[in-house]
Design a protein around this ligand. Structure first.
Ligand SMILES: [Zn+2]
Ligand SMILES: [Zn+2]
Length: 255
């Protein structure tokens, strides 16, 4: 059994955006409230979180996560790493360091942003972590296998992941064709879709839908939405069959 929980489905500012008075930010529909993009991946034995943005603490509390076997990063942008300091809670409760799975580039950013966790003589209470390097090679965290998929976030090389029948891609602008074979056959495909208007480093709604139709999963879910995308209900109503807008708290189960 594999269980996926969408911890956050919003772009870097989250939705609502601070001080914004637009109809999406003022929407009473809870599906229009989006924390920064992150998912929880669980089987019977293993719990992994992908990305720890600024909402990480709130996401761990809301989803009731009591142990963490690994924190895995897609890339080093602030909305995906800013909350990492709060792994301290897992350090206290589980009395051990947290395993962090990240590319060399992400590790470089982590060492810069959280430099105090790497001091020779550490101030008491800093996050304790074990950095584990990932590259294009498939790897295991506990009993879950991850196949890295190399994608482009404008100029930046970042990772998506295939986990069994499930493929998770966030912050893509292009997916190199040589990586397509890793995605084909996914029952569920998650792709980012920022808004309707063009953007330099993120798929638009049309680009994401076109990619979905290329890979034709049984179900496709869109994440990393901006408030500029529009109301959840209206966007979803206009999507082709089998494509949906993900929302915070949504769960998927695979046998
Ligand atoms: Zn707004
Ligand atoms: Zn992002």
């Amino acid at each position: 059994m594999l269980k996926i929980t969408f911890l956050g489905t919003g772009t870097s500012q989250g939705v609502p955006v601070i001080a914004c008075q637009c109809e999406v930010c003022k929407s009473p529909n809870p599906k229009d409230n989006r924390l920064r993009t992150s998912i929880l991946v669980e089987d019977e034995n293993t719990t992994v979180v992908i990305d720890s943005g600024p909402d990480f603490r709130q996401q761990m509390l809301r989803a009731g996560v009591f142990k963490l076997d690994g924190l895995l990063f897609t890339h080093e942008h602030k909305d995906h790493i800013a909350g990492m300091d709060d792994i301290r809670a897992f350090n206290y409760v589980n009395q051990q360091a947290v395993d962090i799975y990240a590319s060399k580039a992400v590790q470089h950013a982590i060492k810069r942003e959280f430099h105090y966790a790497f001091d020779a003589i550490k101030y008491p209470g800093v996050p304790e972590l074990n950095l584990i390097t990932i590259d294009d090679t498939p790897f295991q965290i506990g009993t879950i296998t991850f196949v890295p998929i190399r994608i482009k976030h404008y100029m930046l090389d970042i990772y998506g992941f295939r986990i069994g029948d499930f493929t998770y891609i966030t912050d893509a602008k292009t997916i190199p064709e040589e990586e397509f074979s890793k995605i084909y056959g996914s029952k569920v495909l998650v792709l980012n879709a920022l808004r309707k208007e063009p953007h330099v480093s993120h798929f638009t709604l049309d680009e994401a839908v076109e990619m979905m139709q290329h890979f034709s999963p049984e179900q496709g879910y869109l994440i990393h939405l901006s408030h500029q995308m529009g109301l959840h209900q209206e966007v979803e109503a206009n999507l082709p069959k089998g494509i949906f807008v993900a929302y915070d708290g949504m769960e998927l189960r695979f046998e």
